[in-house]
Design a protein around this ligand. Sequence first.
Ligand code: 8YV
Length: 319
Amino acid sequence: MTTSKPVLLQLLPFPFPESQARLIQSFKVIELWKEADADATIAAHQHEIVALITSAMTPTRADLIDKLPNLRAICSNGVGYDAIDVKYAQEKGIQVSNTPDVLNDCVADLALGLLLATARKLALGDRYVRANQWGTDLKFPLGAKVSGKKVGIIGLGRIGMAIAQRVAGFDMEIRYHNRNARTDVGYGYEASLVNLAKWADFLIVATVGGASTRQLVNQEVLKALGPNGILINIARGSVVDENAMVNALVSGELGGAGLDVYESEPKVPDALKTLDNVVLVPHIASATTETRKAMADLVLDNAEAFASTGKIITPIPAL
Ligand code: 8YV
């Protein structure tokens, strides 16, 4: 007897053909990005679809969830779930998974990369050499020392901890801001983000996105970080008041910024592109072959577990 495969709606492709091949072993897959009329495709299959693959880049809001009355599992390719209406889905009995842990190293690596690049002007140096300015009267400006400085981490979760471990290798002092102090770490806790920014030379944003952290890093925090301070953001653009940050960088009230994430990706404020005290990369913290493969594998493990047992394996806790 042949049983038909469950139907899965996939909002974006995996970067590896073998992941795509693995998915079709267990599911009849609707590859939405290939469809000329996405709405019509969803409408045509709405009652069959039981599983969905999404990511931080493909918002999965209540309106989409409502169109899929038999949806039972959402598997997201990424750790952050601010682009998914998780609570709404969970209330409807839909399981939602993400890809925790497998990307901690690469995201933390990029945070340090951005910090070094910004403080030591690596991107500016690269532009300087390529423009044949080396050896001319245009002298290359001095950077800021990184080793031995004071680092404030906003959000000492799994990624924040991986950042702290790396930062410790640079003999830097670490303090952090969370909603609550952790009892299991020895780093100094600052209940006030403004005080943390005042104390720190470098402030690294590693907290979750979404409503609870919206514009946590506001004008006052940026001012407290100050003209020699550097802001690093590998979390979500929404955590920083982007207008205030641009103004502070332009006016010199903030020393520099290394950014992987932005308020309205892929849009980046034009003013930032003109500033030499800023390093900009296009949301690539998890974008290595190894980590993206591990993320794809975990999405597939979740989807397959759902197909065979009805239960995903890395559920987002009930919100
Ligand atoms: C990815 C991310 O950009 O995990 C996250 O929350 O933002 C990143 O790892 C994205 O999810 C890739 O699909």
